[in-house]
Design a protein around this ligand. Structure first.
Ligand code: NAD
Ligand code: UDP
Ligand code: UDP
Length: 316
């Protein structure tokens, strides 16, 4: 029998990040249970794992209870792109909040370690730059992004209350914008939008004047950080920022994508969505100190790999 001794649940495992995480876990010999309702994820993302003895897939919505026997839980279930999380905002909050309660209840019953995929959105439109974990954020509680931002903030609250109240081994990572192969081509996030538009020779749509900034982390770096956090010392709960501290305006990103693709697409401007954060960059001092982690893939190299993925996808 294979040495499948660590049983790991990945909720949202058929999504962009979840599928990369499942792949890494299966590769290292874990027994992986991928739980997904396929709202934004797809079977295609995990098809290559289907024949692995250490991989199992369940169609399940985390807003409903889940009874399984496991050792670790990575809770990633939640649409991440503004277009998708605003499609059914009530369901988005339910997924974050009820989903967290169910996964924490599961962790409590089976005494599993549990990691929450939180987000830089908990900082909202920040007045502290770069963002440090001790900053409480500036979030609109009643806007279009609130279903996601407040849902994720409440999930963090639940994680820390289960830790204090029930001595659970919780781990919270705040993920900054991450990109790479297996992003959904229509998911509306900026890297996939720009790359797909550039490859198709369509106009590249910058929202607003393009002076807003983001920091982009390549998916392999991010997954490495998540794994290190899950295996970190028992009493370290986070929250810890995971992201790439390189900061770019959307105009700079568009120009980079056009260069990497070799595209002649025009850059056009479209209205800026409400509550769109002006600037975002992680302070990763804590991740460096506690996890010995920092990103290693440059934006140019990460974009090359991402463009290659979308080029194959669009021509297939
Ligand atoms: P994604 O949309 O590709 O993946 C989310 C997955 O969760 C999908 O497979 C979807 O079908 C599944 N899901 C949604 N609602 C569910 C439910 N109720 N029950 C079961 N499954 C459900 O997004 P992603 O980029 O892979 O993000 C994964 C996680 O990381 C999310 O929690 C997101 O908030 C967080 N995150 C991602 C980023 C990023 O830049 N990619 C940044 C910050 C935080
Ligand atoms: N839960 C679950 N799987 C389990 C154990 C619990 O999905 O293996 C859910 C259960 O539906 C409950 C939630 O987790 O609503 C919270 O569980 P907890 O034990 O913390 O609270 P209680 O059951 O007392 O409400
Ligand atoms: N954006 C853009 N054009 C697009 C998609 C997004 O200019 O086609 C901008 C968006 O307004 C935001 C930034 O890119 O300022 C990042 O957007 P994304 O939806 O990827 O992530 P988030 O806003 O959640 O960081």
């Amino acid at each position: 029998m294979a040495s499948l001794d660590r049983r790991v649940v990945v909720t949202g495992g058929a999504g962009f990040l979840g599928s990369h995480l499942c792949e890494r876990l299966v590769k290292r010999g874990d027994d992986v249970l991928c739980v997904d309702n396929f709202f934004t994820g797809s079977k295609r993302n995990i098809q290559h794992l289907a024949r692995e003895p250490g991989f199992e897939l369940v169609r399940h919505d985390v807003t409903f209870p889940l009874y399984v026997e496991v050792d670790q839980i990575f809770n990633l279930a939640c649409p991440a792109s503004p277009v998708h999380y605003q499609f059914d905002p009530v369901q988005t909050t339910k997924t974050s909040v009820h989903g967290a309660i169910n996964m924490l209840g599961l962790a409590k019953r089976v005494k599993a370690r549990i990691l929450q995929a939180s987000t830089s959105e908990v900082y909202g439109d920040p007045e502290v730059h770069p963002q440090v974990e001790s900053y409480w954020g500036r979030v609109n509680p009643i806007g279009r992004r609130s279903c996601y931002d407040e849902g994720k903030r409440c999930a963090e609250t639940l994680f820390f209350d289960y830790q204090r109240q029930h001595a659970l081994e919780v781990k919270v990572v705040r993920i900054f914008n991450t990109y790479g192969p297996r992003m959904h081509p229509n998911d509306g996030r900026v890297v996939s939008n720009f790359v797909v538009q550039a490859l198709r020779g369509e106009d590249v749509t910058i929202y607003g004047d393009g002076s807003q900034t983001r920091s982009f982390c390549y998916v392999d770096d991010l997954i490495e950080g998540m794994l290190r956090m899950m295996d970190s010392e028992k009493d370290f709960h986070g929250p810890v920022n995971l992201g790439n501290p390189g900061e770019y305006t959307m105009l700079e990103l568009a120009e980079k994508v056009l260069r990497v693709v070799g595209s002649t697409s025009r850059i056009v401007h479209a209205p800026l969505p409400l509550d769109d954060p002006r600037q975002r960059r992680p302070d990763i001092g804590l991740a460096k100190a506690k996890l010995g982690w920092q990103p290693t893939v440059s934006l140019d190299d990460g974009l090359k790999a991402t463009v290659a993925y979308f080029r194959a996808l669009l021509s297939g």
